[in-house]
Design a protein around this ligand. Structure first.
Ligand SMILES: Cc1cc2nc3c(=O)[nH]c(=O)nc-3n(C[C@H](O)[C@H](O)[C@H](O)COP(=O)(O)OP(=O)(O)OC[C@H]3O[C@@H](n4cnc5c(N)ncnc54)[C@H](O)[C@@H]3O)c2cc1C
Length: 345
């Protein structure tokens, strides 16, 4: 049942199947293109409805890519302030476009950002949202979208409908639907919409997370050498030195809870009680104080090296080698020395 406070809508005004096309740098994420394929299928079942796409701060090249994958119409939200993702402003801009074009179905890729946006957008549009659908069908009698998803721990499938509100919104995880073939003969309309948003978030700085930089490094639990960073690194940039050292030693990088909380490292790299337990031959703790919860994750490490300006930090008395000093001076020296030794071999 819709909320009694929600404004009434005229269902017949809503037409077409639209998709939010998430950007990743200067390209579209595959999940948006996958959803365009599904949108075409649903549009056909609705008697040839239009398939649309929305890109925030995208380019005409991206819009053409969406057309090659099945869109008839793509709206590019033109607002330089939206180059960098912030959830409330993105949701407001997308909801403004959806309100204007009134699709009857609006699909979103259930990525980290997509999930976050979907809830904001549904709330702004006063409609429902079914998260993580694994199948989407059209009810032949009512023309409603049947939003199908696993429930009760995956033991059953639930079919959810939004019979009284529009658009009908669903999110779908990447890889659930196949990406349609790229057809460069397809043509469509590209519309540039200037959309103003109320700034609720002020972007002070952007800190790059480690995720991409460490993607090709082994996981902490299987590496022979782990170089881990903590709050003492001062910023995400500090991890670049650690990555360089870890690569030279044929190892990987880990992090303390505080470094993960600061957003400098992904949770998969966290070592300790609420992170991973590791058994490396060599563990190098950099800018980590050695709280008991962290030490619990490295009890089985064969050799522990700690680099810390505080000689009384608990990690120092738990280390086989305690190096007192600033990592910014010590790690470059270590890197230099290892390179020199490697060149001699
Ligand atoms: C239930 C529970 C579960 C927890 N689980 C975990 C867990 O799984 N893993 C975990 O790590 N923590 C965990 N914690 C948190 C833990 O108690 C500590 O708060 C955390 O480990 C501290 O992280 P840190 O060492 O990076 O930061 P801090 O304690 O702030 O230490 C930073 C260190 O950096 C040093 N430093 C400063 N500048 C430099 C420099 N230039 N060069 C080198 N060193 C420098 C400082 O001297 C200091 O020793 C948990 C806590 C609780 C309550």
């Amino acid at each position: 049942m819709p909320c009694s406070l929600w404004p009434p809508i005229k269902k017949e005004e809503y037409k077409g199947v639209w998709v939010y096309l998430e950007r990743e740098g200067d390209r579209l994420k595959d999940v948006g293109l996958e959803l365009l394929g599904k949108a075409r299928d649903l549009a056909q079942k609705l008697g040839g409805a239009e398939v649309g796409g929305v890109i925030v701060a995208g380019t005409e090249e991206m819009a053409r890519e969406a057309i090659y994958h099945g869109a008839d119409k793509v709206v590019i939200i033109d607002n330089p302030e939206l180059k960098i993702y912030t959830p409330k402003e993105y949701a407001e801009a997308i909801a403004t476009v959806v309100q204007k074009y009134k699709p009857e179905i609006f699909l979103i890729g259930a990525t980290k950002r997509g999930r976050e946006l979907a809830a904001y957008i549904a709330n702004t549009l006063t409609t429902g949202i079914t998260a993580d659908c694994t199948a989407l069908e059209i009810d032949p009698k009512t023309r409603d979208l049947m939003q199908i998803r696993p429930t009760f721990g995956g033991t059953q499938l639930a079919t959810i409908k939004t019979p009284q509100r529009r658009p009908q919104m669903a999110s779908v995880r990447p890889g659930v639907f196949p990406k349609p073939p790229r057809d460069t003969n397809r043509t469509g309309e590209i519309i540039i919409e200037k959309v103003e948003v109320t700034r609720k978030t002020r972007l002070i700085s952007v800190e790059k997370r480690l995720e991409k930089d460490v993607a090709d490094l082994p996981p902490v639990e299987s590496a022979d050498v782990v170089v881990a960073g903590g709050r003492g690194l001062g910023s995400a940039d500090g991890f670049k030195l650690l990555i360089e050292l870890a690569k030279l030693l044929g190892g990987t990088v880990g992090a303390s809870l505080m470094a993960v909380r600061a957003g400098w490292a992904p949770h998969t790299r966290q070592i300790g009680q609420t992170g991973k337990t590791i058994r490396p031959r060599l563990y190098i703790a950099v800018g980590i104080s050695g709280a008991i919860q962290h030490l619990m994750g490295i009890l089985e490490a064969k050799t522990i090296v700690a680099i810390n300006p505080d000689p009384h930090a608990p990690i120092m008395e738990n280390a086989d080698y305690a190096v007192v000093g600033d990592y910014k001076q010590i790690i470059p020296l270590l890197i230099e020395e290892i390179k020199r030794l490697k060149n001699q071999q």
